[in-house]
Design a protein around this ligand. Sequence first.
Ligand code: SAM
Length: 376
Amino acid sequence: MPPHPVSAKIRRMQNEATPSTLESVRNYYGKVLSSSQDLKTNACCLPGAVPAHLREKIARIHPEVQDRFYGCGSPIPSALEGATVLDLGCGTGRDVYLLSQLVGPKGRVIGVDMTEEQLAVARKHLDWHMKLFGYSQPNVEFHQGYIEDLATLGIRDGSIDVVISNCVVNLSPDKRRVFSEIFRVLKPGGELLFSDVFSGRRIPEPLTKDPVLLGECLSGALYKEDFRRLMRDMGCLDFRVVNKSPLAVTEPSVKAKLGNIDFYSITFRAFKLGLEDLCEDYGQVATYLGTLADAPHAFELDDHHRLEKGRPMLVCGNTAAMLQDTRYAAHFRVQGDRSVHFGVFPCGPTPGATMAAGSGSNGGAAAVCSPGGGCC
Ligand SMILES: C[S@@+](CC[C@H](N)C(=O)[O-])C[C@H]1O[C@@H](n2cnc3c(N)ncnc32)[C@H](O)[C@@H]1O
């Protein structure tokens, strides 16, 4: 990939209808904040539980990189060895350096961010990390650019195994373009795993211009149902909630501006697969082989699919595809195909449900099927 030039396309983006949003966010992360201590809320920096197998790898990351970690989740999947992973809005590179250890010397991690100050910290410690991890050649690279325009960075169609992002998409003035780029660059069967801030209602326009509310990852948050519609428009008819927690805004001045808007930190998983808009039953059965080093006893696909090692589980056609048509295939035995259809998969009774109720892409506890949102 060539070094990033300030191309005409990027200049055009800077001059487009929303330059103030990009400028305001760049200023917040480049000039206003100098560590996560400076944040006014914890929306961009949730102290959520880090999976045990990642803790010791995070402990090896340089303190200056860690001090400027502004993520709201842990969008780090399994089965990464040898993979090409793209981190959108990588900041100072906390997740990039974590992924560097997981993809190994044959893998590659590409971090993209628009803020020079963030990238300067990331690049400053590149050699230090490569030496610590024992790599003779760097397996990470950082590019200054926009997540809405990955083509300018030379990221080709169908070239990426996994896209991750940690608390960034909410900051984008053009989320449709971000997701369109994600699905362009993913390989067939590739995975998107991202943690972000979502809202339970649309945010009034004036609040989206407030530099602090925006920079704190609140007023740019996507309304959950608009996210579902956006994914449907991208051709992604079934995506899954991996975890979800309500986000409490406690800072009085911020709370006063936001009123009754409810926020959530959610980690979503989606695949570049031709999935159906409802879970359909083809009598398929999936068994986890227990072969992922970080999941010796069970694999958690989402918040309601925990596949125990060796235990056959009846799955819908979409789940079967997620397990057998992706890089997870080597770790599962999936029996049956789609030659015989048994009707809608028996995962719940609520047609037309929204993400506010139900499970899977619908976000709650009971399993629900929802056109345009998927379910099981
Ligand atoms: C909340 S921070 C998260 C950084 C990093 N993911 C982490 O977990 O520490 C948001 C980052 O996204 C970057 N960013 C925001 N909007 C962007 C855009 N449209 N294109 C590229 N980078 C963007 C900011 O510069 C900032 O570094």
